[in-house]
Design a protein around this ligand. Structure first.
Ligand SMILES: [Zn+2]
Length: 384
């Protein structure tokens, strides 16, 4: 496959080139070179298209095992690929809970067999997410380096201290769901300062959270945090999601945090629910398919460069996961997403690939659409 005069964007690049995908790599070609490849290669050339490193999601819910009426490993990965993601990390609040090697291995093995995305299962921190009994970290780190009780805040201070200490000893990332958000972030930052650890704070949504994390980072504390596409895109929506849509001034603070480096990554918190569960009050919304469009729409509105978007959705997540970062001209692993930056479309239920359709953004016009997702040189998704 040959992309002719294509715009390429990563965290430091934004220029036009000719790019040939061959096997699992890519090569840049001069206009003269193109002639040699013309005969036997599919050529793609269209105004408005751009190639970027494919996206990486540190936080999603794929619902398998146990809740496959909401989503499963196949439908969730289909949605991820349609959203331009090739690596996704799924939370442990399944049935059974991902607090044991068998469940984590099940998710891994089944995902490997499907051969769609790279799926990294996240282990629970405590057994069944709710008890005060820690999982066996020594055993679990053979399967994953990510631990989280997402959905259930770690309210017990002693447990949080032990989890932070374990994250240093066993070298894993501790992903926290803070609720009440500001109070718990404040507590956790103090604990981090006293005990150390590898802390990643999930889905921050409030001005005070941004300020606390900014101050902690300025003091030299090492931690990372994420924001969701929906909290960046909207505010004040009366739609059940946790954390809830915040006020306008909170949303603006999140933007300031993105621009000054306080916020490290964008993660979807893709949380599929059936219509019935939603009616019963289940919180959350689907995020994988619309993440890029929501983020790009607002980046465009605010005239923010797309290198930052690439950093937040690809480069820094890759660094956190310690997997190779795709850089044009440097690491030529063809994990790429082709996006149409001139496309505008309306989010419609009939187009949603995920098993669940829970999103407040139906009917919303957005800019920028994922056209193709390439993993290790193989086209895993192509928009019809
Ligand atoms: Zn959460």
């Amino acid at each position: 496959m040959l992309f002719k005069n294509i715009r390429i964007i990563d965290s430091v690049t934004d220029r036009n080139t000719n790019l040939l995908i061959q096997k699992d790599s890519f090569y840049e070609l001069t206009d003269n070179d193109i002639g040699n490849y013309k005969k036997y290669t599919k050529i793609i050339e269209k105004k408005g298209l751009a190639l970027m490193p494919s996206f990486i999601d540190l936080h999603c819910h794929l619902r398998e095992p146990g809740y496959t009426y909401k989503e499963d490993l196949y439908s969730g990965q289909q949605a991820a690929l349609a959203g331009g993601f090739t690596t996704i990390c799924c939370m442990a609040n399944t049935k059974p809970v991902g607090d044991n090697p068998e469940t984590i291995q099940y998710v891994r093995d089944k995902s490997n067999a499907l051969d769609m995305c790279q799926v990294i299962p996240i282990s629970a921190v405590t057994e069944n997410l709710k008890t005060n009994k820690m999982v066996n970290f020594q055993e679990m780190i053979r399967f994953t380096r990510l631990f989280s009780n997402d959905g259930q805040p770690i309210t017990d201070k002693k447990i949080m201290i032990d989890a932070l200490l374990a994250s240093s000893i066993y070298q894993f990332h501790l992903l926290t769901h803070c609720e009440p958000e500001v109070e718990m972030i404040d507590r956790d930052l103090q604990l981090l300062e006293s005990y150390g650890g590898n802390l990643h704070i999930c889905h921050i949504s409030k001005r005070e959270s941004v300020e606390l994390i900014r101050t902690a980072k300025r003091k030299g504390l090492k931690l990372s945090c994420e924001v969701t596409p929906h909290h960046l895109f909207s505010y004040g929506l009366d739609y059940p999601v946790n954390p809830p849509f915040s006020k306008k001034q909170d949303r603006e603070a999140l933007w300031e945090g993105l621009l000054d480096g306080t916020i490290d990554i964008i993660a979807t918190d893709h949380a599929p629910h059936s219509k019935e569960d939603k009616l019963k009050g289940a919180t959350g919304l689907i995020g994988l398919e619309h993440a890029f469009s929501l983020v790009y729409t607002i980046f465009k509105e605010r005239n923010i460069n797309l290198q930052l978007l690439s950093k937040l959705m690809s480069e820094t997540p890759a660094k956190l996961l310690n997997i190779p970062q795709v850089r044009f001209g440097q690491v030529p692993k063809a994990n790429l997403v082709l996006v149409d930056l001139e496309k505008k479309y309306v989010i419609m239920e009939k187009d949603i690939i995920s098993k669940s359709k829970n999103t407040p953004f139906l009917g919303q016009t957005v800019s920028g659409q994922v056209i193709m997702t390439i993993k290790n040189g193989i086209t895993k998704y192509s928009r019809r």
